[in-house]
Design a protein around this ligand. Structure first.
Ligand SMILES: NC(=O)c1ccc[n+]([C@@H]2O[C@H](COP(=O)([O-])OP(=O)(O)OC[C@H]3O[C@@H](n4cnc5c(N)ncnc54)[C@H](O)[C@@H]3O)[C@@H](O)[C@H]2O)c1
Length: 362
């Protein structure tokens, strides 16, 4: 298979993860261009990752004939327009989570890619995280009998960039940022059943001065097959990133801790360079991870998407996946505003961003 030539939009946190994941698969993919608005950032990223071309305007990258697949790692509010621009330029698209801000945007992204005959792939790496994939294989084999409860939690001390805290750019707080993973995970794990209802309890517990967004939430999803999903999301958890699942069936259960569960319980009085994402210190007890990108599933996700571009695999996560999650995010925010569960389908029109449904529920 010839290498799939990727152009990355954005040059910071997630862009670094994807560029590193591509390097882990040199026979299948290569990054041929990056675009980011600050010249020095774009150039620095290109130098760091050995990328031949750096642009400051994403439209320049879209005109680059070498780019086949555009990987969007920019703030949420830009996802829809960049996807549509990329589709019009005839490029396949991978969009990072959450897909966009509104369901109308999701519709427009899916339509634009369909009309252009390009793929719209939704980057939910938990579908590729080896430990979670193993748990799903066990479930699919029948190890737990009928699975009736799936839990996923993602918790850390809060995002690294200012735009996440600005709901105009992010669309919401911890639910928008983190529950999108858990909603997608539970849905995928259970075999992509319909979502019957969503209930969410959310609050701004700690970061009132920094954001109008929610920083902590518990979201309960009722699936059409009778199973329940429970998603915990927090920007208030100190000590580094925490990503866990629990799966319960009538014949068994399994537990998986993606990061601490794969780490080295370590004690150091002097500290060291890096333990895990968003850990404030490495002094005292800490949990340094190894093969962090591999444990998350980033290289495996890149490989799958590259093979989809070459027609060798069928996408397991696409624009429709992102739209399923988007509708559940709408329902979560509306539910928190209304104080009751919200039945799906739930597609209120004219919403500017999901968090508005919390502050002013329909
Ligand atoms: N899958 C995951 O686990 C995961 C993890 C982190 C972030 N993300 C998602 O990736 C996206 C980016 O998040 P991040 O953490 O990398 O944010 P970040 O703030 O670290 O980086 C954002 C990048 O976008 C660039 N950018 C802004 N406007 C741009 C424009 N007009 N053209 C090109 N680049 C532009 C910025 O310069 C910066 O390089 C978000 O949607 C986020 O939710 C996903």
């Amino acid at each position: 298979m010839s290498q799939v030539r990727i152009g990355i939009l954005g040059s910071r946190f997630q862009a670094d993860c994807i560029a590193a994941a591509v390097k882990a698969l040199p026979e299948e993919t290569e990054v041929v261009a990056v675009a980011s608005p600050t010249t020095a950032h774009a150039a620095g990223f290109a130098t760091r990752h050995g990328i031949p071309r750096a642009y400051t305007d994403h439209r320049e990258l879209l005109r680059d004939p070498a780019v086949e697949l555009v990987w969007i790692t920019v703030p949420n509010r830009l996802h829809a327009q960049m996807t549509i621009d990329a589709a019009k330029a005839g490029k396949h698209v991978v969009c990072e989570k959450p897909l966009c801000l509104t369901i109308e945007e999701a519709d427009a992204m899916i339509d634009a890619c369909r009309q252009a005959g390009v793929l719209l792939l939704y980057a939910e790496e938990l579908f590729f995280a080896p430990k979670y994939v193993k748990a799903k294989q066990l479930a699919d084999e029948g190890a737990f009998g009928r699975v009736h409860l799936v839990k996923q939690g993602e918790k850390h001390s809060g995002p690294h960039s200012a735009w996440f805290w600005d709901v105009e750019q992010s669309g919401g707080g911890a639910v928008m940022d983190l529950a999108c993973h858990g909603i997608a995970f539970c849905w995928w794990f259970l075999g992509k059943p319909t979502i019957a209802s969503v209930y969410s309890q959310m609050a701004t517990q700690v970061h009132h001065e920094r954001t109008q967004g929610d920083d902590e939430a518990v979201t309960i999803i009722e699936f059409g097959n009778g199973a329940t999903g429970m998603v915990e999301s927090s920007w208030n958890r100190l000590g580094g990133m925490d990503d866990c699942i629990e799966v319960f069936g009538d014949k068994g259960q399994t537990y998986a801790d993606l990061l601490m569960g794969n780490a080295l319980p370590t004690y150091s009085e002097v500290g060291f360079g890096y333990a895990v994402e968003k850990a404030a210190t490495t002094r005292g007890w800490s949990y340094p991870v190894f093969e962090e990108h591999w444990n998350y599933g980033f290289p495996q996700e890149v490989r799958h998407f590259a093979r989809c571009v070459r027609g060798k695999e069928t996408p397991i996560s696409d624009g429709e996946t992102g739209r399923v999650v988007q509708e559940a995010l709408y329902a979560a925010y509306a539910s928190a505003g209304l104080g009751r569960k919200v039945m799906l389908p739930f597609r209120p029109k004219g919403i500017a961003k999901p968090i508005d449904l919390w502050r002013a529920p329909p």
